[in-house]
Design a binder for this molecule. Structure first.
Ligand code: HEC
Ligand code: HEC
Length: 226
């Protein structure tokens, strides 16, 4: 979704009111329009790249399904982040870095997503980041199963997968919310170590957005037209 500044009309309106010489003018304006202008905010205010909007930023979207879609698009700023998708590839190799480069040294997924017997993920990845060697770490470090592949997929596609028990590990929406809000591999994305860019916002803020998405009917965004 494009971040359209929501304020120009409102601020125009206010500065005009500030200059209005007398309350009589205000009365005239109110009489003409019937009631004060409704908030023009349908698009949420802009936000810095490293931050997440709160659910309240979407209150201006009156239609429930549209609000739900917008909440998911906001959450997908995390879901599509390199710190997440590097572990959710559609093939045999993890990725690394913000450009999703193939993992160096080359390693393979293996049968249980934990590497091959000669070279398991936890041979190198410990249960915490090792800063000097730049090796990221968190408990039970491994790849997401193939059917949970997200790399290079759109928010709409990821949304469809998230809601599909056949592709989300048999989870209910509530369990998806809990996984997003509390899982340690998910949480690593906000403390990735070695100067890596963290996912935007915080894990708790992601949990709140996803809860608000569920509360508004868990509607998936539409596929962007090309
Ligand atoms: C170190 C690798 C790793 C990282 C980093 C990682 N994941 Fe995962 N993810 C996994 C694994 C492994 C599973 C399967 C766990 C299971 O099903 O119990 C998984 C499963 C999931 C699931 C549940 C299944 C599904 O696809 O619906 C969600 C949701 C999820 N991850 C979200 C994220 C998000 C969001 C991030 C980043 C903030 C992230 N993951 C980062 C490895 C990772
Ligand atoms: C031989 C050691 C070694 C093995 C085995 C290994 N890794 Fe890595 N991995 C690394 C190192 C070192 C880095 C850091 C690369 C860098 O950023 O400079 C890394 C980085 C990563 C990253 C990048 C994080 C990011 O977002 O930039 C992911 C994801 C990852 N490994 C997953 C795995 C998985 C899953 C396995 C098992 C299938 C695995 N690795 C096996 C050494 C290893």
């Amino acid at each position: 979704m494009r971040a359209v500044p929501a304020t120009p009309l409102a601020s125009l309106h206010h500065s005009w009111l500030d200059r209005a010489p007398a309350l009589g003018v205000l009365g005239l304006v109110l009489a003409c329009s019937g009631r004060p202008a409704p908030p023009v905010a349908t698009a949420p205010a802009p936000v810095a790249p490293g931050e997440l909007r709160t659910p309240a930023a979407f209150d201006g979207i009156a239609e429930r399904a549209a609000r739900s879609q917008a909440l998911f698009v906001e959450a997908s700023r995390v879901l599509t982040h390199a710190r997440c998708v590097n572990c959710h590839p559609p093939d045999e190799m993890p990725r690394q870095g913000d450009g999703h480069a193939l993992h160096d040294p080359p390693v393979l997924r293996g049968e249980a997503d934990r590497g091959i017997p000669a070279l398991g993920c936890t041979t190198c990845h410990q249960d915490r980041n090792i800063e000097l060697a730049r090796v990221p770490g968190a408990p039970d470090w491994r790849l997401a199963p193939l059917k949970m592949a997200w790399l290079d997929r759109s928010p709409a596609a990821i949304c469809g997968q998230l809601k599909d028990p056949a592709r989300n590990g048999g989870r209910t929406l509530r369990q998806i919310r809990d996984h997003l809000a509390h899982d340690v591999l998910v949480g690593w994305a906000w403390q990735p170590g070695a100067g890596r860019a963290p996912a935007p916002g915080t894990q708790a803020e992601l949990g709140a957005l996803v809860q608000a998405w569920i509360d508004t009917g868990a509607v998936c965004p539409e596929e962007a037209k090309r």
